[in-house]
Design a protein around this ligand. Structure first.
Ligand SMILES: [Cu+2]
Length: 174
């Protein structure tokens, strides 16, 4: 086969692959993140696809104490009790797994990697989860869900929340 014929073949394959590619069905949702005084401390953005959810978190300076913070999907979309954010209940966990990305009996559906707050307390992070955004067992179920930010890091194995401590930020996913 001549060089020209190979180039023509590659061009044909490239074009047909491009024509066959479908635009992914992506659901998007953006929600304010509120702190313990009910103040807005930033924004959480959720993108849901066929196999999971991507979360982008942007928190302003002063939002958090510097360092690592555990974040999770909690099972109820309610951030109204700003002092403790307990209305968001425990983790999303339809399959009753143990907590922890590093737990042999985990992870539960609420588990996410930690995010890091800079020296000024701001955060810019993107994390992903196999937990779906849409559907009856997704984050946008009947009572919604909440993205909760904790005071301390999650060790990814200790029950029930990896030692992450108090709830200092909350965003409603509905
Ligand atoms: Cu949590």
């Amino acid at each position: 086969m001549s060089i020209h014929k190979i180039a023509a073949l590659a061009l044909t394959l490239g074009l047909s692959a491009g024509a066959m590619a479908q635009a992914p069905d992506i659901a998007t949702l953006s929600a304010p993140v509120v702190g313990n005084q009910g103040q807005t401390i930033g924004t959480a953005n959720f993108q849901g696809g066929a196999h999971g959810t991507v979360v982008r978190i942007a928190l302003q300076a002063g939002a958090l104490t510097p360092g690592w913070h555990g974040i999770h999907f909690h099972s109820v979309g309610d951030c109204a009790d700003t002092a403790k954010f307990e209305a968001s209940k425990s983790h999303v966990n339809h399959s009753q797994k143990k907590h922890g990305l590093l737990n042999p009996d985990g992870p539960d559906e609420g588990d996410l990697p930690n995010v890091f707050a800079a020296a000024d307390g701001s955060v810019n992070a993107e994390v992903s989860s196999p937990t779906l955004l849409k559907g009856a067992k997704g984050l946008q179920d009947a009572d919604g869900s909440a993205l909760i930010i904790h005071a301390n890091a999650d060790d990814h194995h200790t029950q029930p929340i990896g030692g992450a401590g108090a709830r200092v930020g909350c965003a409603v996913i509905k």
